[in-house]
Design a binder for this molecule. Structure first.
Ligand code: FES
Length: 564
């Protein structure tokens, strides 16, 4: 007979038509791994190990897993690690975003298919954390996030270096002819000085911070550097905590509510976080039937000052945020704007946790106060208009204020390949006032909505001293990048969005204050262009690529698959 509410090794039996046989044979095979009967009676904690030789950010995982196991064992559980796919941002073509949903499916199905009572989600590099959250939310077993932690900074000629804001800055210097190849090579040697995730407020740091704000990670866990002993102690504590969550049946569906997502959006704005988080939070919430809109992000952004002085919006790095007290200090400063009764993995509320947070030390300059913030408005703004009927986003905190109200003629590239071919052509009809437009780099057109939205400034303008221009696309942008860059235009060009209709010389108006993005071309002309529009061929005819292009949703809906 099938046991009622089975736990541990008896959970989710392999189907041989005889449940008791399934238990017997499963225990026999578990014993092949050296497990004793008394161990197989314990609650089982799955530990998702996303170590990969193609993911430099997760190279501290064997140490962290040992620490998690100690925590689980100390509370009478049985820790068992297992792999899912891993997504190393820099090692995955065409872009990790194309595989976020695959990783979410892998995570969900492996949690559900294997006998575990709870799970520790070990991720870190950009897409891994949202993928794991999406999967864990759908599987809905007790789950806690544990991230790799950020890298330490490097240095070059007395200057601190951080991936990847400084990668891009120095690349710009090299393109402008102000650095030679030998100097660039020296910088390349020093940019990523330890294991861990990018140490600026890029997507990995942002997703770690918003996960903490969602209540799905132990307080303080986002900012502890990857190589610190404190991160191992945090991992051990995560192992103990998941056992408590199992005992109390504390599942993601009990922790994650509209209020906890509002807290996460609030923290996202206060940290000047990555635009990618807009897509990821929307997708995670949608798994719970909670609809986040770009207007929600915009409202919260307008109400929330940027407090965290980290690159690319400010000047410091994640290790400095950790020393100052981490995300709990940020949340303490935001306390009156947060939903204090939102639950966390500890079983306590955000408000209860914040009573234990000390005042930030006097010497620190990393987390600003509400009274004297880094920026009075939040980091992101949502834009709407005839060029983006379903919306677009701009990272206001990393943009140039003198371009917030700008009209300029379009210089259009129909694809990334077209852009690479022509961007540095000395005859390109571009001036500092031009608006650089990239089409067909969205979820379907990219494919995978690559982080190509940080469109390069043409070399001839760089050499003339131009540091920023208005650039627009349906692509994403790395959270580590900066500039007046409009992203996530929805619907995208490849499905016939208005972006596909833009031609060289058309006047585009960006108005950040009034949240508008307009193509100033007569509707009659646009209707004619629309009637003659030829959509690009789909990138894939088989395999995962076909599943992806057939089912991925647009950016404003979170780019999840329509059947998930
Ligand atoms: Fe992994 Fe930046 S490449 S976090």
């Amino acid at each position: 007979m099938k046991p009622k509410n089975p736990t541990g090794i008896k959970k989710g039996l392999t189907n041989y038509g005889d449940p008791e046989f399934s238990i017997y044979i499963r225990k026999a095979f578990a014993k092949a791994m050296g497990y004793a009967d008394h161990e197989l009676e314990r609650p089982i904690v799955g530990i998702i190990n996303t170590f990969s030789g193609f993911n430099s950010c997760h190279h501290n995982f064997s140490d962290l897993i040992e620490a998690v196991k100690r925590g689980v064992l100390s509370q009478g559980g049985l820790p068992i690690e297992f792999p899912t796919i891993s997504l190393g941002e820099i090692f995955t073509a065409p872009t990790t975003m194309m595989f976020r949903n695959l990783m979410a499916m892998d995570t969900e199905e492996m949690i559900r298919a294997q006998p575990m009572d709870g799970v520790v989600l070990m991720g870190g590099c950009d897409k891994t954390v949202p993928a794991q959250l999406m999967g864990a939310v759908s599987a809905d077993r007790p789950a806690i996030c544990l991230v790799a932690g950020p890298m330490m900074t490097g240095d070059y000629q007395g200057e601190r270096l951080g991936a990847c804001t400084d990668c891009r800055r120095f690349w710009g210097e090299y393109r402008a002819g102000r650095l030679d190849r030998i100097q660039l090579n020296e910088i390349e040697n020093r940019l990523c000085s330890t294991t861990g995730t990018c140490m600026v407020m890029g997507t990995a740091s942002t997703m770690a911070a918003v996960t903490e704000a969602l209540g799905m990670m132990l307080p303080g866990g986002a900012a502890i550097p990857a190589v610190m002993a404190e991160r191992r102690r945090h991992a051990e504590a995560s192992g103990r905590t998941i056992m408590n969550m199992i005992q109390n049946d504390l599942r993601p569906s009990k922790i994650l509510t509209p209020q906890s997502f509002e807290n996460a959006m609030r923290v996202l704005m206060a940290i000047g976080g990555s635009t990618n988080a807009v897509i990821h939070l929307t997708a995670i919430a949608k798994r719970l039937g909670i609809q986040l809109n770009l207007t929600d992000f915009d409202r919260i952004s307008d109400e929330t000052p940027v407090l965290v002085n980290l690159k690319p919006s400010g000047r410091y790095y994640m290790q400095d945020l950790w020393k100052a007290g981490g995300i709990p200090i940020v949340m303490k400063e935001l306390e009156e704007l947060l939903h204090r009764d939102a639950l966390t993995v500890l079983g306590t509320t955000i408000g209860e946790n914040l009573t234990k947070v000390p005042q930030p030390p006097d010497w620190q300059d990393v987390v600003k106060t509400k009274e004297e913030p880094l920026l009075t408005d939040g980091g992101l703004a949502s834009l709407f208009g005839n060029l983006a009927p379903e919306g677009a986003v701009i990272k206001r905190s990393a943009a140039s204020p003198h371009l917030f109200a700008h009209r300029g003629p379009a210089v259009v590239f129909c694809s990334l390949e077209d852009m690479h071919r022509r961007i540095d052509d000395p005859d390109l009809p571009a001036t500092a006032d031009s608006v650089i437009v990239l089409q067909n780099a969205g979820p379907i057109g990219g494919p995978g909505m690559p982080e190509a939205g940080y469109l390069p400034i043409p070399k001839k303008l760089l050499r003339a001293g131009v540091k920023d221009m208005v650039r627009i696309s349906d692509a994403r942008m790395s959270g580590t990048a900066f500039g007046t860059i409009v992203l996530h235009i929805s619907p995208e060009a490849a499905i016939g969005g208005a972006l596909a209709l833009v031609q060289d010389g058309d006047i585009i108006e960006l108005d950040v204050l009034n949240k508008r993005l307009q193509l100033l071309v007569d509707e009659e002309v646009l209707a004619k262009r629309r009637a003659n529009l030829v959509l690009p061929e789909p990138h894939f005819q088989r395999g995962y690529g076909k599943l992806y292009v057939d089912h991925v949703e647009q950016a404003h809906l979170g780019c999840d698959f329509d059947f998930l």
